[in-house]
Ligand binder design. Structure first.
Ligand code: ATP
Ligand code: MG
Length: 350
């Protein structure tokens, strides 16, 4: 019997609606694999911020340190600036736990047509996004406030160890898949950091001779992701480019409600965090209609990370079966099922 301690952070809006299905799926599949989960729930959220002035307590990150993994719903709420939820919770956890990989698998499911490409286009790739440095930095400032020549400066930070480790992760991942890496940069316009990244791709390619690779400018790449997604296996990019690419790809694949993400510390020194890509969706919160698939897939990624790949595959097989073999799906996918009805169908399939 393996027993894991999981930190649950439901967060805001539909975050609290999609985590219970993920948890139910974990318990069900875990039982078959001799794995049990103990959950500690944390009420860290914009609701907490509005009541107490902080998304989480000052020692919040420390309180997660001894968990085996973290499952997050979504944080963010109208009236609370996005940077509050980002810098008050997500970014401290990602940075202090050195979750330098943001892993976002993208695929289309039989029975879920792409709104852009129609039924079943070939689309099965992983976006590997650098998660702790790059463009999302605090370095910079606002100058000459109120003067005609007012300006803002924002520094992007790329370090050799930081870029090297994310590239190595991408190449190693590709070696377990179809053996191809596409690196996204913009070296014609951004003349210091991006050529540096490109050079390190050449070095990473030399370290992984069995993996083919290619560099593309981000602007050309996004068009190809929409027009011909089947050519991609692993796409690696900086914090900003990876963020944009994975949201775009998730939308092309069907619905933002499907996509999962892992914030991963590959060294396993710290817990990794798994979360659906979607936000708190205030427009549908409280109605019980949110698609729990992004959260369930995130839980499957968590199983994979904890070393229970078969269990994770079983979860995804159950999801695939429900979508391909039944009309049960939530509203965002054109169905009428509630969150709970879809979850129940997945549990039954398991
Ligand atoms: P954030 O800033 O946190 O990314 P957002 O407001 O930009 O949040 P979402 O909260 O993801 O984006 O919502 C975008 C749209 O997608 C909304 O119309 C929302 O209802 C829909 N949506 C998001 N997640 C789901 C889901 N799981 N099921 C169904 N619809 C969803
Ligand atoms: Mg958003």
């Amino acid at each position: 019997m393996t027993d894991y301690r999981i930190a649950l952070i439901p967060g805001d809006g539909i975050g609290a609606e999609v985590l219970p299905p993920a948890r139910a799926v974990l318990d069900r599949v875990g039982a078959r694999h001799g794995v049990t989960f103990r959950y500690d729930e944390f009420d860290w959220s914009c609701t907490r911020y509005l009541a107490e002035g902080a998304m989480m307590p000052a020692d919040g990150v420390d309180r997660l340190r001894h968990h085996d993994a973290i499952l997050l719903g979504a944080v963010g709420w109208p009236g609370v600036p996005d940077h509050v939820s980002l810098w008050g919770l997500l970014i401290p956890i990602r940075r202090q736990f050195r979750q330098y990989v943001n892993l976002r698998p993208i695929r289309v499911f039989e029975g879920v047509p792409s709104p852009v490409l129609g039924a079943a286009p070939g689309m099965d790739f992983v976006v590997v996004r650098e998660n702790v440095e790059g463009e999302y930095s605090e370095v910079g400032g606002r100058f000459n406030r109120g003067f005609p020549d007012e300006m803002a400066v924002q520094e992007a930070i790329f370090t050799r160890p930081g870029v090297t480790r994310i590239l190595d992760y991408a190449f190693e991942l590709a070696a377990t898949r179809r053996g191809h890496v596409t690196s996204a940069t913009k070296s014609n316009g951004i003349v210091h950091t991006m050529p540096f990244w490109d050079e390190l791709v050449v070095e990473a390619g030399a370290r992984h001779p069995a993996v083919e690779w290619r560099q593309e400018h981000i602007d050309a790449l996004v068009a190809k992701v929409v027009l011909d997604p089947s050519r991609f296996d692993v796409i690696v990019g900086s914090n900003l480019f990876g963020d944009i690419l994975s949201d775009l790809a998730a939308a092309v694949a069907g619905s933002i409600g499907i996509a999962p993400a892992g914030n991963i510390d590959p060294t396993r020194e710290f817990p990794s965090m798994f979360e659906p890509v979607h936000g708190s969706a205030p427009d549908i919160a409280g109605q019980g209609v949110a698609n729990p698939l992004g959260a369930i897939w995130s839980a499957a990624m968590m199983l994979d990370h904890l070393g229970h790949r078969e269990a994770g595959d079983e979860v995804m097989a159950a999801v695939t079966g429900v979508l391909a073999g039944s009309p049960v799906r939530t509203r965002d996918l054109g169905g009428t099922a509630s969150t709970d009805e879809f979850a129940r169908a997945v549990l039954d399939a398991l």
